[in-house]
Design a protein around this ligand. Structure first.
Ligand SMILES: *Cc1c(COP(=O)(O)O)cnc(C)c1O
Length: 379
């Protein structure tokens, strides 16, 4: 019997103390006891987001808060600018399309980060109501330059910046207010170390003003309604009670560790992973702007990446993920977002080494593990 090891870029493992909290008998949500929990969570989310503004919660996967951002910021006839450098960036355009919103797309080569100059030129060319982008593109393992993008929009009164921060918030420093991000979207099942089912969206003053003017159809995902509710430490509809109870504990754990230490830990995990795969003569998929949440790696030429994923599953009961769409079969992705420590990386690298050697990749056993240990020991 092998212990299950979940090393995917979401869902991610949940700490034991969080699981225990969530296993408690359910309480009613229209009670003083639950409002107290929401009050704590509300304050904790502001801390995590580094914002003075409110952070809304929805009972949905991350895509729900993405969709909510589109329908609450845009008006009929407005134009959106979508930055698409992977499966998640593409989703912004898909949502705009579903609502009949006019949009332009900046296509970014997979494995690369967007060039802010290209965005700047677009913003000079046309009037865009909102720029939709991704911070950490989980499908390619790229970290996009959000601070630079926010500089382009924060002084434009008629253009907002919406960032999918689902694998960035709680991983790397992405200060919502300081940078001037209007909506930062997140989800429960990545850095927040919870099961899937909660999504989040912070709202700047500009985002609130836009939501007051938006006339696109919406009901459950109405920012105005949820904003009113959260200000009273409640939610408009029945919340995901158990997940919110778990979130209170997650935020307690995160505060105990501290933001700086959380960022540092993820940085070490990512650096150790990158050093290890390179020591095994593998190439990084996103060498220029690697995400601290997930490392995407080219499989050796003669080995389909799917075989590595399958080998880890069958032999070691370990889950990593393969590539999506155009990267399918070519890359595998190791998640190191959330509840992981350096020894989890050593474990994953050792298992990957073993599979690679079995598949005939020419590498001496221990090279990857050794490189990971060197990074870990120096930090
Ligand atoms: C996981 C993820 C999402 C959310 O997807 P859901 O399946 O709806 O939770 C969105 N964006 C990024 C970058 C992600 O990694």
């Amino acid at each position: 019997m092998y212990r299950y090891r979940l090393m995917a870029p979401g869902p991610t493992p949940v700490p034991d103390s969080v699981l225990l909290k969530m296993a408690q008998p359910i309480i009613h949500h229209r009670t003083a006891a639950f409002e107290k929990i929401v009050e704590k969570v509300r304050e904790g989310l502001k801390w995590l987001y580094q914002t003075e503004n409110e952070v809304l919660m929805f009972a949905s996967s991350g895509t729900g808060a993405m969709e909510a951002s589109v329908v609450n910021l845009m008006r009929k006839g407005d134009r959106a600018l979508c930055i698409d450098g992977g499966k998640f960036g593409e989703r912004w355009a898909d949502i705009c399309q579903a609502y009949g919103i006019e949009y332009d797309v900046i296509k970014v080569e997979w494995g690369s980060a967007v060039d802010p100059k290209v965005v700047e030129a677009k913003l000079k060319e046309k009037q865009y109501r909102t720029v939709f982008t991704t911070a950490s593109e989980t499908s390619t393992g790229v970290l996009h330059p959000i601070e630079e993008l926010a500089k382009l929009t924060r002084d434009l009164p008629e253009t907002a910046l919406v960032v999918d921060g689902i694998t960035a918030l709680g991983v790397t420093d992405i200060p919502t207010d300081k940078w001037g991000i209007d909506v930062l979207v997140s989800g429960s099942q990545k850095a927040l170390m919870l099961p899937p089912g909660l999504s989040f969206a912070s709202l700047s003053k500009k985002a609130i003003a836009f939501s007051e003017k938006s006339d696109l159809p919406k009901f459950y995902f109405d920012f105005r309604q949820e904003l009113k509710s959260i200000q009273q430490n409640t939610t408009a509809w029945t919340p995901a009670v158990s997940l919110i109870v778990g979130l209170e504990e997650v935020l307690r754990l995160m505060k105990e560790e501290g933001l700086e230490n959380i960022f540092k830990r993820h940085d070490i995990l990512a650096k150790a992973t990158r050093a290890a795969v390179q020591a095994m003569s593998l190439k990084l998929y996103a060498p220029e702007a690697p995400s601290p949440a997930v490392t995407a790696v080219y499989s050796p030429e003669n080995i389909n990446a799917g075989e590595i994923v399958k080998g880890l599953r069958d032999q070691f009961n370990m889950t990593i993920t393969g590539g999506q769409a155009q990267a399918k079969g070519k890359i595998f992705r190791i998640g190191h977002i959330g509840y992981y420590d350096p020894m989890d990386i050593v474990n994953a690298i050792a298992a990957i080494e073993s599979i690679l050697i079995q598949k005939g990749h020419d590498v001496k056993a221990g090279l990857g593990v050794g490189a990971a240990l060197e990074v870990i020991s120096k930090n």
